[in-house]
Write a new protein. Structure first.
Lengths: 163, 279
């Protein structure tokens, strides 16, 4: 329980940083999506229920604080958290490369689902072709940074004596 | 027991997805108002303000050291530009004064003063798909949905507008959400000053503003200035939007598409002015 509390706290603090502070440290105009990486890492460390819960928490923050349409981010983060959580119990959790790989897949999944959802919301998604470059850059950044974030999370959990 | 558990989880998974999809559908057509988070929203925005300012102070101090050398040259250049512009204004005023109708219009425009509130950007949506931000003023400061947000500078003679930024879509007690011109959902009726034709502008996912004219025969040129026309009664008339950078002939031969470069640099936005309009 304490573990979930700390995870939720990290997600909320990160959301505040993600939307304000990180904008100043962008790399080629792209900001790594650390909110997504955190959902991925926490879902990997726990199970589908906690993963889904943390996914919803992250998504609700985005939807309430920034978006007009409620549910887009909530849906995407929930699916990511749930699915990763459901198979994380069957994989070897100490493999850092695996976290990188799953961050990569999740970022692709997130952008793909945004594409699909926005298509149904009558956005002119064909223009997405022009932002492909920054999306690819974000995918690469997320993959690399996920390992750094993972080390940081493990460090914090050790400080709080959590497994 | 384990298999039943798994089954319940699966059902729950799909129920939540279903509920969320329904919510997306309902909020997108405005059937259900999206919440503003109440007290929680206030706390989060308060913290965002602190971290946003922190980031700004840090980057500013970093760049100010870098740019100290450049500043002197820039200062000279700017003084020269000011003299040039003053001369231009004098000659234009001279022309305006010669015509009564123009003078009357000039009087109206210079005396047109809106009440405004200065807000600060405290959070940005950093994803590539949307272009929106949050500001630190809300209902308590008298802001409403559909209030106009512009970029401007405060001088001794009052506020001087730089360009249109966007519109408020939702307000919390001390914060509000703004969508910018670059966002797909933002549509503005505009007027081209050079040929006095109007049309509709729309942002897009790739951050370009495109538009077309109501009158298919109108001809735009590169460098034309674009203002809001005020048609539709959401945007106030005569707010500066930007300049035409490209005129594209579409396959539909009668329609011209224009691409507009906004006057505001959205990546460096910090202080914004919200115009108070009595509707």
């Amino acid at each position: 329980m304490k573990k979930i509390g700390i995870m939720a706290a990290i997600i909320i603090i990160n959301f505040i940083f993600q939307t304000s502070l990180y904008n100043y440290v962008n790399i080629f105009g792209v900001i790594p999506n650390i909110s997504l990486i955190l959902v991925v890492i926490f879902a990997m460390m726990t199970n589908s229920i906690v993963g889904g819960f943390l996914g919803i928490l992250t998504g609700v923050l985005y939807d309430i604080m920034l978006q007009d349409i409620f549910g887009v981010y909530t849906l995407i983060f929930f699916i990511i958290g749930c699915i990763i959580g459901s198979f994380s119990e069957d994989v070897y959790r100490d493999n850092y490369m695996l976290y990188g790989l799953i961050s990569l897949l999740s970022t692709i999944f997130m952008h793909f689902s945004l594409f699909v959802i926005l298509f149904f919301l009558k956005y002119r998604v064909s223009n997405a072709y022009y932002i492909l470059e920054s999306i690819i850059l974000e995918i690469v950044l997320n993959t690399v940074i996920s390992i750094v974030i993972l080390k940081f999370v493990v460090y914090i959990f050790n400080k709080f004596n959590l497994k | 027991m384990n298999s039943i558990n798994k089954h319940i989880k699966k059902v729950l998974f799909f129920i939540i997805i279903f509920i969320l999809i329904v919510l997306i559908g309902l909020t997108s057509v405005g059937k259900v108002e999206s919440t503003n988070g109440g007290i929680f929203g206030n706390i989060v925005t308060g913290l965002q303000k602190v971290t946003y300012n922190l980031g700004q102070t840090l980057t500013n101090s970093f760049y100010s050291v870098q740019e100290i050398v450049k500043m002197k040259e820039e200062n000279i250049l700017l003084t020269e530009t000011v003299h040039e512009l003053q001369e231009q204004v004098r000659s234009l005023e001279n022309i305006v004064n010669k015509s009564d109708a123009l003078e009357a219009e000039y009087e109206i425009k210079t005396n047109l003063k809106y009440d405004y509130i200065i807000g600060q950007v405290i959070a940005l949506d950093d994803s590539n798909w949307f272009s929106r931000f949050t500001i630190d003023k809300g209902e308590l400061d008298g802001l409403n949905k559909n209030d106009i947000v512009i970029h401007a500078v405060e001088t001794n003679n009052g506020m001087v507008q730089i360009g249109l930024v966007g519109i408020i879509t939702e307000t919390g007690s001390n914060w509000s959400k703004v969508i910018t011109l670059l966002d797909e959902t933002c549509k503005i009726s505009y007027r081209d000053i050079n040929n006095d034709e109007s049309g509709i502008l729309q942002g897009s996912i790739d951050g370009k503003i495109t538009g077309y004219f109501f009158n298919s025969k109108s001809v735009a040129a590169q460098g034309d200035s674009i203002l809001t026309s005020g048609i539709g009664e959401i945007y106030l008339p005569d707010l500066y939007i930007g300049k035409v950078t490209e005129v594209i002939k579409t396959t539909d031969a009668s329609i011209q598409k224009i691409i507009v470069e906004p006057a505001v640099d959205f990546t460096k936005l910090n202080k914004v002015f919200i115009l108070k309009v009595n509707r």
